[in-house]
Design a protein around this ligand. Structure first.
Ligand code: CTP
Ligand code: MG
Length: 231
C-alpha cells in the first residue's frame, strides 16, 4: 500500500513572532522541519513526502534533506487547507492508485514519534478507515460566555485534542476538502473536512508530547523533548 506523507510548511508563524518562520528555527541541533521530515521518513510505511512551501521560501533548498529523492516540494497557499490541497494533488500524480493513502502532518510538530505514526497507519490499514492521532483532554472543561463567566462545565470523557498526522485516502480527502471549501466549511484540519462530508474517522491515541510549536513558550518544551530523544 502506498502512503505519501504531506507536510504543510507554508505558514509564516505569526504567533511565534520570530525572525524566521518557525519551521526553520533551530532546536536540538537541527531545524524544526528537519526533525519532522526525519520522523516521517523513518516510518517504513512512508514512501515519499510532499512538502508545501511558501512561494517566497528562501530556506528549504539550503537544507540537506531537500536533496533526498523521496522528498518533493510544491508551492502552498493562503491557508493551511490550501497548502494541503496543493500537496494532495501532487501526491495523486505520483501515486494514482485508487486506494493510495495520504498522511498529513504539520511541519511544526517535530516531537511526533515514528511509533505513533506507525500506530495510526496500522489502525487505518487494518480498519479500512481514515483517522487521526488524538489525545484525551485531561483538564476539567468549561464553556464561558462573552463576559468570561462560567456557563457550563463540559463533560471531558468524550473530548480529544486533535493532533497530526491524520490519514485518509488521497482521492476521498481531495473531494472532501473541495466540497468543504465550496460549502464554506471551516476546515482547520483534514478530519473536519472528512466529517463535513459525512465520512467516518477513527481517533487513535497519540502522545500529548506531539505538540505543535505555536508560541515562543512551546520552544522550551519541544527542545527538551527532542534533546531527550537523542540520548
Ligand atoms: N501552513 C501552511 N500553509 C499556510 C498556513 C500554515 O502550510 N497557509 C502550515 C504551517 O507551516 C504549519 C502548519 O500548517 O506547519 C500548522 O499551522 P500553524 O501552526 O497555524 O502555523 P502558521 O500558520 O505558520 O502560524 P500562525 O498561525 O501563528 O501564523
Ligand atoms: Mg496558522
Amino acid at each position: 500500500v502506498a502512503v505519501t506523507a504531506i507536510v504543510p510548511a507554508a505558514g509564516v508563524g505569526k504567533r511565534m513572532q520570530s525572525q524566521h518562520p518557525k519551521q526553520y528555527l533551530s532546536l536540538a541541533g537541527k531545524t524544526v522541519i528537519e526533525h519532522t521530515l526525519a520522523k516521517l521518513l523513518a516510518s517504513n510505511y512512508v514512501e515519499r513526502v510532499v512538502v508545501a512551501l511558501g512561494a517566497e521560501d528562501g530556506y528549504f533548498y539550503d537544507l540537506e534533506i531537500a536533496q533526498n529523492p523521496s522528498v518533493i516540494t510544491v508551492v502552498g497557499g493562503q491557508e493551511r487547507v490550501d497548502s494541503v490541497l496543493a500537496a494532495l494533488k501532487a501526491s495523486e500524480q505520483f501515486a494514482p492508485q485508487a486506494d493510495a493513502w495520504s498522511l498529513i502532518h504539520d511541519a511544526a510538530r517535530p516531537c511526533v514519534s515514528t511509533e505513533e505514526i506507525d500506530r495510526l497507519v496500522e489502525t487505518c490499514l487494518t480498519q479500512h478507515c481514515g483517522g487521526l492521532l488524538a489525545a484525551p483532554v485531561k483538564d476539567t472543561m468549561k464553556r464561558g460566555d462573552t463576559e468570561q463567566r462560567v456557563q457550563t462545565t463540559v463533560a471531558r470523557e468524550q473530548l480529544w485534542h486533535a493532533l497530526t498526522p491524520q490519514m485518509y485516502r488521497t482521492t476521498e480527502l481531495i473531494q472532501a476538502i473541495e466540497q468543504g471549501l465550496a460549502n464554506k466549511v471551516n476546515i482547520t484540519d483534514e478530519s473536519s473536512a472528512i466529517e463535513a462530508a459525512g465520512l467516518p474517522s477513527m481517533l487513535v491515541n497519540g502522545s500529548p508530547n506531539n505538540l505543535k510549536i505555536t508560541q515562543p513558550e512551546d520552544l522550551v518544551l519541544a527542545e527538551f523533548l527532542l534533546m531527550n530523544e537523542q540520548r
